[in-house]
Design a protein around this ligand. Structure first.
Ligand code: 13P
Length: 249
């Protein structure tokens, strides 16, 4: 039985002060919650404040991106080591907004994934199709390509910490969710790619989250799908009560 992961992606929202306020008000809901793993991914500058406020609670902290080099003259870039020193154990890689607005490619996702794994960060790797791809019947092909390239040159032994997130781009921030059946089919494609790259034994251990308009009122239906191993939550994770309601689906 794979333990579910409920992860908050705050995107470009909240100041350090607001991050601390969130954690202070969310914590009473999260104490003693051991059924699922809870991860909060704040903007870089909020990581120390969030990590400090969450200390001892069991809530894990993640970055929203990283750069693959160890250090160097790479203005604005953040390394795996910096994330860990600031309190992160997880990192989101390849979010569709990075792909859409910041030229992230399947190849850069692969480089970042390899770096996260070698540094000891647990990667949350996002894949998903845009609406035109779904309408053209290309969803499986897109997922296979995104996963195939992301998983290149990674061994089965290294791959165990990988968490995948299926985020159909048309469901992000739109209020539309994939039906549990659509998510189930996509998750099966992702798991098959993981099996091809890492072997069946590793692939069955990898958690595959669903992301895209997860809300308190649809969390239960989505989380009861056997193929859905958790959620990556954007908008509804910004409010402590609504994120708590999702965690307690
Ligand atoms: P929403 O929950 O706002 O649709 O965002 C999903 C997402 O992109 C999480 O990474």
């Amino acid at each position: 039985m794979r333990k579910k992961v409920i992860a908050a992606n705050w995107k470009m929202y909240k100041t350090p002060h607001q991050a601390k306020e969130f954690v202070d008000s969310f914590l009473p809901h999260a104490w003693g919650h051991t059924r699922d793993e809870i991860v909060i991914c704040p903007p870089f500058v909020c990581i120390p404040a969030t990590a400090e406020a969450a200390q001892g609670s069991g809530i894990a902290i993640g970055g929203q991106d990283l750069y693959w080099e160890q250090e160097g003259a790479y203005t604005s870039a953040i390394s795996a080591h910096m994330l860990m020193a600031a309190g992160c154990t997880h990192v989101i890689i390849g979010h569709s907004e990075r792909r859409q607005y910041f030229s992230e490619t399947d190849d850069t996702v692969n480089r970042k994934l390899k770096r996260a794994l070698s540094a000891g960060l647990k990667p949350i790797v996002c894949v998903g199709e845009v609406i035109q791809e779904r309408e053209a019947g290309l969803t499986d092909e897109v997922l296979r390509r995104q996963c195939g390239i992301a998983f290149r040159d990674i061994s089965g032994g290294e791959a165990i910490p990988i968490i995948m997130a299926y985020e159909p781009v048309w469901a992000i921030g739109t209020g539309k969710t994939a039906t549990p059946e659509m998510a189930g089919e996509a998750h099966a494609v992702i798991r098959a790619e993981a099996a091809k790259a890492f072997g069946e034994g590793v692939a069955t251990q990898i958690r595959i989250l669903y992301g895209g308009s997860v809300k308190p009122d649809n969390a239960k239906a989505l989380m009861s799908q056997p193929e859905i191993d958790g959620a990556l939550v954007g908008g509804a994770s910004l409010d402590p009560k609504s994120f708590a309601a999702i965690v307690k689906y």
